[in-house]
Write a new protein. Structure first.
Length: 480
């Protein structure tokens, strides 16, 4: 059992190794299709593989692809080409070129074009083709270029063959697309032939018109004769047809009149019978409708009587009974509300009386206190002497001055312009004005009170004098 497992492991490893080697070889193996060639260069030199494959060893060899496909591009020189006659012409052509398939040509083409992009390669080839085209056009006339374009193409292929071989290329085809000139040489070149052809065409057209006119006249004459005979036969046939048609219409009108008369007669009889039957049926319908209406009115009367009785019962149950109950409830609520209002009025009266007594007591006590305070204040005023009065005036003066100077405190910025004249200048002028305002306080007091400051001061007692104390006023007794 152990040997079989070992063999299986070895076989699996061998298969994996073989698959790995095959994968590496497949990755190293490069193939070239029939439209390209592989250029391998490296340790073994330069090799060319076309339509096959080879192994590329990494790090020692490298390969590049060279396309062998057909290259088609326009050959259109930007400048005008001058012919043998000196006529400037503009030529547009199409060239088909490819790399030759032999190894030597492939090697040569790879040396010159392998590292170039397709547009760079086509640009080099186009320059060579345009140069050869300029030389060939200079050897030919305009007539040869226009009338023998194959000859121009053959000359281009034969002339460019040597230069193309040196680059490993070959010209497959060269075709002129368009030949133009600015002086209308090509247009005028065909005018003589065009005039001759036009003249022959006009002569042939005139002869054809003449023959056509003769044939047309003969045909018209024969047609006129045939038409006249046909018209005569047509008029005779139309006359006979109209006669038979008139006879047929006459017979038809007679038949229609007879049928219409019989139809009207039958219709009148049927209308009369229908009218009589309709009147009879209408009378029966009216009679039946009257009976139905009478029955409906009787039923409505019964329904109305029943409805009146039901409404009476409903009114008694829904209006009278609830109204009686609501009246009793309202009377009960009114009695309760009256008792509540009486109680509230008695309570408010008692509270008002108690509050009035309390307020009267408070007013009396407050008046008594104020009277005592006034007496004490009067005694204190009697104790004032000249020094106290002056102290009171002087201590109150800052508040008066502050009130007078308050508008000045609301000014944000003051600009003082001083000329140096007068008793005060600059900022001292401002303080002098404030002093004058303070000096006007006694005069302000006299103007507002109507009293002279000197008289007031004369009535103030001198220092050390005491006035007799006045008797306190008698207070009213608190009688309730």
């Amino acid at each position: 059992m152990f040997d079989q497992m070992t063999v299986s492991v070895y076989v699996g490893l061998a298969i994996l190794t073989l698959l790995f080697i095959m994968a590496v070889l497949a990755k190293l193996f490069r193939k070239a299709g029939p439209h390209e060639a592989l250029i391998i260069y490296g340790l073994r030199g330069t090799r060319i593989v076309k339509g096959g494959g080879t192994i590329i060893y990494p790090m020692i060899e490298q390969c590049r692809e060279l396309s062998l496909e057909l290259m088609s591009f326009d050959v259109a020189p930007q400048q005008s080409l001058y012919t043998k006659q000196g006529v400037a012409v503009t030529i547009e052509a199409v060239a088909q070129i490819k790399v030759k398939s032999d190894p030597e040509s492939i090697r040569t083409a790879s040396e010159q074009f392998l590292t170039k992009r397709p547009e760079q390669r086509e640009g080099l080839i186009r320059l060579v083709m345009e140069g050869h085209l300029r030389g060939i056009i200079g050897q030919l006339t305009v007539e040869q270029i226009v009338k023998e374009p194959e000859m121009v193409a053959d000359r281009m292929r034969s002339t460019c063959a040597d230069d193309m071989n040196k680059m490993g290329l070959e010209v497959i085809s060269f075709t002129l697309k368009e030949v133009r000139d600015k002086n209308e040489y090509i247009t005028n070149m065909g005018r003589p032939d065009i005039a001759r052809i036009k003249r022959d065409a006009e002569v042939a057209a005139a002869e054809a018109d003449r023959d056509i006119a003769i044939k047309r006249a003969e045909s018209q004459r024969a047609a006129a004769v045939a038409k006249a005979q046909a018209d005569q036969e047509r008029v005779a046939a139309e006359t006979a047809s109209l006669t038979k048609q008139a006879e047929a219409e006459r017979d038809l009108d007679i038949k229609k009149a007879e049928y219409l008369e019989s139809t009207k007669r039958a219709q009148a009889q049927a209308d009369k019978a229908y009218e009589i039957e309709t009147n009879v049926q209408q009378q029966q319908v009216i009679l039946q409708a009257v009976r139905v209406q009478q029955a409906e009115r009787e039923a409505q009367v019964k329904v109305q009587d029943a409805e009146i009785a039901r409404r009476e019962r409903e009114l008694i149950a829904t209006v009278l009974k609830p109204a009686e109950i609501e009246r009793q409830r309202i009377e009960t609520l009114a009695d309760a509300e009256r008792q509540r209002l009486i109680k509230e009025a008695e309570g408010r009266a008692s509270a008002t009386r108690t509050q009035g007594e309390a307020e009267a007591e408070i007013i009396f006590r407050k008046g008594e206190s104020e009277a005592k305070a006034m007496n004490i204040k009067a005694e204190a005023f009697q104790e004032y002497n000249q020094a106290a009065v002056f102290d009171k005036l002087i201590s109150g003066m800052p508040e008066v001055v502050r009130a007078l100077a308050e508008p000045l405190s609301r000014i944000d910025k003051v600009t003082i312009v001083s000329t140096g004249n007068g008793d005060a200048a600059g900022a001292y002028k401002l303080t002098g004005d404030v002093t004058k305002i303070a000096a006007q306080v006694p005069a302000l007091f006299e103007a507002l009170s109507g009293m002279q400051m000197s008289d007031l001061l004369s009535k103030v007692r001198t220092i050390g004098d005491k006035a007799p104390k006045p008797a306190p006023p008698s207070l009213p007794s608190n009688s309730q």
